[in-house]
Write a protein that binds this ligand. Structure first.
Ligand SMILES: Cc1cc2nc3c(=O)[nH]c(=O)nc-3n(C[C@H](O)[C@H](O)[C@H](O)COP(=O)(O)OP(=O)(O)OC[C@H]3O[C@@H](n4cnc5c(N)ncnc54)[C@H](O)[C@@H]3O)c2cc1C
Length: 462
């Protein structure tokens, strides 16, 4: 083995964990003694798997099991509650490591320009998702006082948001939702949730499992509108695509079955609308409605407005139109796309690759795709890093303890893998001790200070 090759990975979501794990294995195969530190701004690991995936998707949260096993091996060291760019700069990291891999994902809502977006009652899906998943950096209280709600978007995040809003809260009690979230949802008077897509039913980006489960939500009827399906020209344009894809056929069958099923008189309703382009949020002091222009195919694969406008009486609007990456100080950033510019994972500035800086996951290629897709990103990025390995400058401050000494000198209360195990055990114990007959695997701790204190064993596990 050669001298230790020290690498910092920034972001303990799937992309960062996969990158650390693959790098360690490939480096060992090449006779390189890689020492990898995984920095995470939150006290707990797993990124959007903990703070994005909906609480009623425990099957998907099973991904955590495999991520957990990778970190439990101990070959990647977790350093949590450290925000790179704030608690430690990228220059400082470079003085401690041969290379840095950025895997910060995408944390914010994509920007969209619709008049009225600043009105109270207008929300981004990313914020709402963070709230119901117990993210420590969003307010504990969420204003759930609307009877009629619009959700904009035709992807899985729109489905998650609409489902959580429409679901009867008792059906979420067996999940890991924090108590403030359960109480918030329990107080909601919602009756109608309307999901709007700009394009047609053949263009939805939902995946079949997620769409099907919408129709299985207890006490909620699905409402579809016939004139969304019989738009002139729509069928001819989309027919070819529909015939081409099995997934599209399954989605079409699900929608068709709902059209035939009709209403059961359930107390809540989830409406799916198509060919609706949002034009403006209405209201003076707060959202009181939303205006759409009806759309139709433009004959070239796009859509165009028809000049027909429709207003819906809603008191809240949620935008689920995509996520966006956030820049980190001193790291090149493509503001138009919201990613770190890169060539196969090597970070680029105007003049070519920046030696020693790499990127992977959603911040590398944009916020599209499931967690499994970040495995491919990590494979490509670690390959490039190992190709460059010989050329990378030695760290000025090498040694396992140097970074911990540095953080302590700055008063940063970092968390560790052992700390996460303590927090994990605490949350599971809260689930076990939950009163009543409901079986809960865990109850999430929300507040950052509390998470850090439990990780440092300053709070006794119940
Ligand atoms: C609402 C929603 C639902 C989803 N549902 C599913 C699903 O059901 N199944 C599925 O497979 N995929 C799902 N996905 C997709 C999946 O979450 C992503 O593919 C995956 O999380 C992307 O991984 P990542 O590591 O690139 O980013 P992230 O998971 O976002 O991880 C990035 C990490 O970096 C940290 N970080 C950011 N900035 C800094 C900094 N400056 N310093 C230190 N750390 C930092 C963040 O705190 C975060 O932990 C969903 C996504 C969303 C948004």
């Amino acid at each position: 083995m050669t001298r230790p090759f020290r690498v910092a990975v920034v972001g303990a979501g799937p992309a960062g964990i996969y990158a650390g794990n693959i790098l360690r294995t490939r480096a060992a195969d090449a006779g390189i003694d890689a020492r990898i530190d995984l920095f995470e701004s939150l006290p707990a690991p797993y990124g959007l798997i903990r703070y994005g995936v909906a609480p009623d998707h425990p099957r998907i949260k099973g991904i955590v099991t495999s991520l957990h096993e990778m970190l439990a091996e101990g070959s990647v060291r977790l350093i949590g509650n450290v925000e790179v760019g704030a608690d430690i700069t990228v220059d400082e990291l470079q003085s401690l490591y041969h290379a840095v891999i950025f895997a910060m994902g995408a944390q914010r809502d994509a920007v969209v320009d619709i008049p009225g977006l600043d009105l109270p009652g207008s929300f981004g899906a990313a914020d709402f998702v963070s709230w119901y998943d117990g993210h420590p950096d969003v307010p504990r209280h969420w204003p759930l006082d609307a009877k009629r709600i619009a959700v904009l978007g035709n992807g899985n995040v729109a489905l998650d948001v609409a489902r959580v809003l429409a679901k009867h809260p008792a059906d979420l009690l067996s999940t890991d939702i924090p108590e403030n979230v359960y109480e918030g949802l329990a107080s909601s008077p919602v009756e109608d949730v309307h999901v709007f897509g700009r394009r047609g039913p053949e263009d939805i980006k939902f995946t079949p499992i997620e769409l099907r489960e919408l129709g299985e939500v207890a006490g909620v009827d699905i409402e579809l509108y016939h004139d969304d399906f019989d738009r002139p020209g729509a069928d001819a344009e989309t027919g070819e695509r529909r015939a081409a894809g099995n997934q599209a056929k399954v989605l079409a069958r699900i929608l068709q079955s709902w059209r035939e099923r009709g209403s059961t008189g359930a107390p809540r309703r989830l409406h799916l609308h198509f060919w609706h382009k949002p034009v403006a949020l209405l209201g003076e002091e707060a959202v009181t409605g939303i205006r759409f222009e009806r759309t139709e195919p433009d004959g070239r694969g796009g859509i165009r407005g028809t000049g027909e406008f429709l207003d819906y009486d809603v008191q809240a609007v949620y935008r689920a139109i995509g996520y966006r990456g956030t820049p980190v100080r001193d790291v090149p950033f493509d503001d138009a796309v919201g990613v770190i510019p890169n060539d196969g994972g090597r970070v680029l500035d105007g003049g070519g690759p920046v030696l020693g800086l790499y990127t992977t996951g959603w911040i590398k290629r944009g916020p599209v795709g499931l967690s499994g897709h970040t495995l491919g990103d990590a494979g490509e990025t670690t390959e490039k890093l190992l190709e460059d390995h010989e050329t990378l400058a030695d760290a000025v401050r090498p040694g396992e303890e140097a970074v911990l000494d540095f953080l302590e000198s700055r008063g940063v209360r970092y968390t560790t893998w052992e700390g996460w195990l303590a927090l994990d055990a605490h949350e599971r114990a809260l689930g076990d001790g939950f009163p009543g007959d409901v079986v809960r695997e865990r109850v999430k701790v929300v507040a950052r200070d509390e998470q850090v204190a439990i990780s440092h064993r300053e709070v006794i596990v119940r």
